[in-house]
Design a protein around this ligand. Structure first.
Ligand SMILES: [Zn+2]
Length: 247
């Protein structure tokens, strides 16, 4: 029997920083020029296979610790998290804020970073979520938060503009939904070192990528140094499962 791991799709938004400068244009901004550092603004999380969207926001810094506590619990529960560039950004930014507030680490989770995956397997013109969701014509194409174009959204958030917060929420939720659509497109392309969403007990009859239960299609035997092995492909999602020794 295959068992689905607890997989959390996750995306966070952080605030901008306020810095003190004497002029515009290219320059080095040092840490002593920070007037107001960044913080966690909001996050959207969704358990894979569950329709419920979990969204939380901290409109002021006072409530940031409170939403971090809820996020910590989700991370603690997760076996795997799916993100777009989260190994570099989301997970580390969350950790920075958790450490700042004195949290202990949530239980370890595996990371399924879609940016790493898409870059690993394909050469698209761009691997940004905005590009890929439009190019692959998924339902949730990255929003452009047109009411507050570009940086203005973050500047209005800083002022506490309610409409900007509404826009941020829509943007954050849509990011997770679009990311999940990309996950379903790319999952069968994931190399074997990517986390398996399903735990398998029988590689010949179970798919670790999509959870399909049934006979896998057998590939041709291949020679390794000391033995022959045979790989299997899933008839439902097309992913290749790890090779098995052929006697
Ligand atoms: Zn499959």
């Amino acid at each position: 029997m295959v068992k689905q791991n607890k997989v959390l799709s996750l995306d966070i938004e952080t605030s901008d920083m306020l810095v003190s400068v004497f002029r515009l244009g290219k320059q080095v901004v040092r840490s002593e020029q920070i007037v107001d550092d960044w913080r966690l603004l909001c996050y959207t999380a969704k358990w894979l296979g569950n329709k419920k969207i979990i969204y939380d926001e901290a409109r002021t810094e006072k409530t940031e610790k409170f939403i971090l506590k809820k996020l910590w619990k989700l991370l603690d529960e997760a076996d795997i998290i799916i993100t777009q560039n989260g190994t570099i950004f989301d997970a580390k930014r969350i950790n920075a804020r958790l450490i700042y507030y004195g949290f202990t680490p949530p239980s370890p989770y595996k990371h399924y970073d879609l940016l790493t995956l898409t870059r690993r397997v394909a050469d698209f013109t761009s691997h940004s979520q905005a590009y890929l969701t439009h190019k692959l014509k998924v339902k949730h194409r990255k929003l452009l938060h047109e009411k507050f174009a570009g940086r203005r959204l973050w500047m209005e958030i800083r002022k506490g503009n309610k409409n900007a917060w509404r826009e941020m929420k829509a943007y954050n939720i849509d990011d997770v939904l679009g990311m999940e659509e990309l996950y379903y497109i790319f999952r069968s392309w994931a190399p074997n070192y990517f986390p398996k969403v399903y735990d398998m007990t029988d590689e010949e009859y179970e798919c670790g990528t999509c959870g399909y239960e049934g006979k896998m299609r057998e590939g041709e035997p291949r020679k390794a140094k000391k033995f022959k092995y045979r790989q299997h492909t899933c008839p439902a999602c097309g992913s290749w499962q790890p090779g098995r020794k052929v006697k």
